[in-house]
Design a binder for this molecule. Structure first.
Ligand SMILES: C[S@@+](CC[C@H](N)C(=O)[O-])C[C@H]1O[C@@H](n2cnc3c(N)ncnc32)[C@H](O)[C@@H]1O
Length: 249
């Protein structure tokens, strides 16, 4: 994607709360697996507009580092965290999640909602392993097929968008091979998809007339519209799951 297209993609998502299918109850369940205190450090990678960052701050006593490649997203997150009174526990980092500038063995948990697909599960788990304390945790959510024989249209779509997309089973194999134990696993409920796609559909409808004279912006909207159409047609063959992993001793 060129810089112009990236700009319109960020503009599309910037005001949205959910940048991926997500459900606060699923976030809560992931966090319930991790013992955290005020000295603990969680790195929220690919934090986006920070819905889950604010939940991490609200539901844990930990220090949170919110990290994303897009620095513009982090500026507003700092303000939102400050308005909740938890801003003193938040640091931000503009960084690639595969090259986090943090010390080895210093992190209690890496948290990746809806972002691990950007770099791939295997590369991410390998990159984070040395950064975690012994017994440290990784929580991530990702898309996966829910059926062994998904429709060919869904397979073709995901092959183009996310060639490494697998299933919770394939993700668990990767995690075990990378030196993690599986602590928890679950599928998100339907409302996680509604949280994502309902405001997304409204944003598509409102931006189309505004951007109609701009071919680059309209290409971005066409691709987002295609994703939504695929979900409406074939969304029952894929879902969004959570895995909670612990670095093996
Ligand atoms: C689909 S959004 C999910 C955002 C957020 N976690 C949520 O669920 O609302 C993925 C985010 O990952 C960020 N991202 C993509 N590649 C990245 C990378 N290599 N390192 C860090 N962040 C990245 C994007 O800028 C985007 O904000």
């Amino acid at each position: 994607m060129n810089d112009d297209a990236t700009h319109y993609l960020i503009t599309f998502f910037e005001p949205l709360e959910f940048l991926a299918p997500a459900d606060p109850a699923a976030t809560e369940r992931a966090l319930a697996n991790i013992p955290l205190d005020a000295s603990s450090c969680i790195v929220d990678v690919g934090c986006g507009t920070g819905r889950q960052t604010l939940q991490l701050l609200a539901e844990t006593p930990a220090q949170v580092i919110a990290s994303d490649l897009e620095s513009s997203l982090l500026v507003e997150l700092v303000q939102r965290a400050a308005s909740t009174g938890a801003g003193n526990r938040l640091r931000t980092l503009t960084a690639d999640m595969l090259a986090l500038p943090v010390n080895e063995g210093s992190i209690d948990a890496v948290y990746a909602e809806g972002s691990i697909y950007c770099v791939g599960i295997e590369r991410a788990l390998k990159a984070w392993y040395p950064l975690l304390k012994p017994g440290g945790y990784v929580c991530f959510s990702d898309a996966g097929f829910t059926t062994p024989n998904p429709p060919k249209e869904a397979v073709a779509f995901w092959q183009a968008e996310y060639p490494d997309m697998g299933t919770p089973e394939s993700a668990k194999h990767i995690a075990l091979a990378a030196g993690y134990n599986i602590i928890d696993e679950y599928w998100m409920v339907q409302s996680a998809w509604d949280n994502y796609y309902e405001p997304y559909a409204e944003r598509l409808a409102s931006l189309k007339p505004q951007w109609q004279e701009n071919p680059v912006a309209m290409d971005v909207l066409a691709s987002l519209e295609h994703e939504l159409a695929m979900y409406r047609a074939y969304g029952d063959s894929y879902g969004y799951y959570f895995l909670v992993l612990q670095k093996a001793a």
